[in-house]
Ligand binder design. Structure first.
Ligand SMILES: NC(=O)C1=CN([C@@H]2O[C@H](COP(=O)(O)OP(=O)(O)OC[C@H]3O[C@@H](n4cnc5c(N)ncnc54)[C@H](O)[C@@H]3O)[C@@H](O)[C@H]2O)C=CC1
Ligand SMILES: O=C([O-])CC(=O)C(=O)O
Length: 321
């Protein structure tokens, strides 16, 4: 498996590369070759990470290549993990952020289009993840839209863990939870179909609205406040989970959450990259269809999807689509 990681010398890269090389992403029987794409000024740091990877003597790790050239980095890639991005800094307007990221994700989309393997699967982690994925996909016309995804698995895992605590149950006993919409504070963690140990639960509306939903949606900010920098190990873990389930399949009798290109399901405009309840079989994500969406959920989904629509309009206006 040829795996390209962008932003490889960053915080998430440092947590992610060792998990991939150890076999956590694709299992103990799949050798991996890593390609690290970095900015010129971070190539030396990437070399240092590669030295440490060597020093782990991972049996599955076949090679490590480091480059600042996207065409080289995505050459015959089966998996592209787009982590490096331009974070929002104080005083930056959304248009500035989207434009700075357009300058990263448009060329990377083209480089994937022109160089990656036919089966390439792309996960965008760098924020704003959904819209960065949309930009990359738009610049890769020969790669099916279904191969471009954005990460909401960290939100999903956060939501599962918080519900497990709230219900005093084991993480493994929670199933059928969904993150809808954008990987932003408008995301909607939906408990309406959740089962705990196979049983549906009564959810207190006041707790849901004033505690649970805001806590999950703002967990990234809480981690930044506590740690002084953003979630890295948990983000890397979520990327491992996302790619593992996409390629090897989701657990039976459950679903997970991933941001994938909408086919119009659940009233999400076709073409937006939005989080849905999904399963994966045969290496393809499928949206779980036919769930009842009550009025409360409808309003929350619509609000997050409206934000995605605004981001799409903004990048269209910037000529990035
Ligand atoms: N979707 C999600 O759930 C989450 C997303 N994130 C996002 O992930 C991104 C990365 O986070 P960290 O690793 O903590 O940031 P970081 O700042 O530690 O590392 C980013 C790395 O990307 C590199 N980079 C920037 N532009 C690049 C380009 N054009 N090509 C290649 N490399 C490039 C930088 O040199 C840097 O080494 C951020 O946008 C962050 O907001 C973080 C946590 C969760
Ligand atoms: O909030 C941030 O900047 C990082 C992020 O995406 C998260 O932790 O969910």
């Amino acid at each position: 498996m040829r795996i390209t990681v962008t932003g490889a010398a960053g915080q998430i890269g440092y947590a992610l590369l060792f998990r991939i090389a150890s076999g956590a992403m694709f299992g103990p029987n799949t050798p991996v070759s890593l390609r690290l794409l970095e900015l010129p000024q971070a190539l030396a740091a990437a070399e240092g990470v590669a030295m440490e990877l060597d020093d782990c003597a991972f049996p599955l790790l076949r090679s490590i290549d480091i480059t600042d050239d996207a065409a080289e980095a995505f050459d015959r890639s089966n998996v592209a993990l787009l982590v490096g991005s331009r974070p929002r800094t104080a005083g930056m307007e959304r248009a500035d952020l989207l434009s700075a990221n357009g300058a990263i994700f448009a060329p990377q989309g083209r480089a994937i289009n022109d160089n990656a393997a036919d089966d390439v699967r792309v996960l965008v982690v760098g924020n704003p993840a959904n819209t960065n994925a949309l930009i990359a996909s738009a610049h890769a016309p020969d790669v099916p839209d279904a191969r471009f995804t954005a990460m909401t698995r960290l939100d999903h895992n956060r939501a599962v863990a918080r519900l497990a605590k709230a219900t005093d149950s084991a993480v493994a006993s929670i199933s059928h939870l969904t993150i809808w919409g954008n990987h932003s504070s408008t995301q909607y963690p939906d408990l309406s179909h959740v089962l705990v140990d196979g049983d549906s639960i009564d959810v207190d509306r006041e707790w849901l609205e004033s505690d649970y939903i805001p806590a999950v949606a703002n967990r990234g900010a809480a981690i930044i406040a506590a740690r002084g920098s953003s979630s890295a190990a948990s983000a890397a873990n979520a990327a491992v989970d996302h790619m593992h389930d996409w390629v090897l399949g989701t657990a039976q009798d459950d679903w997970t959450s991933a941001a994938i290109t909408s086919d119009g399901s659940y009233g999400v405009p076709a073409g937006l990259i939005s989080s849905f309840p999904v399963t994966s079989t045969g290496g393809d994500w499928q949206i779980v269809e036919g769930l009842d969406i009550d009025e409360f959920s409808r309003a929350r989904i619509d609000a997050s999807v409206a934000e995605l629509g605004e981001e799409r309009a903004a990048v269209e206006a910037l000529g990035l689509l």
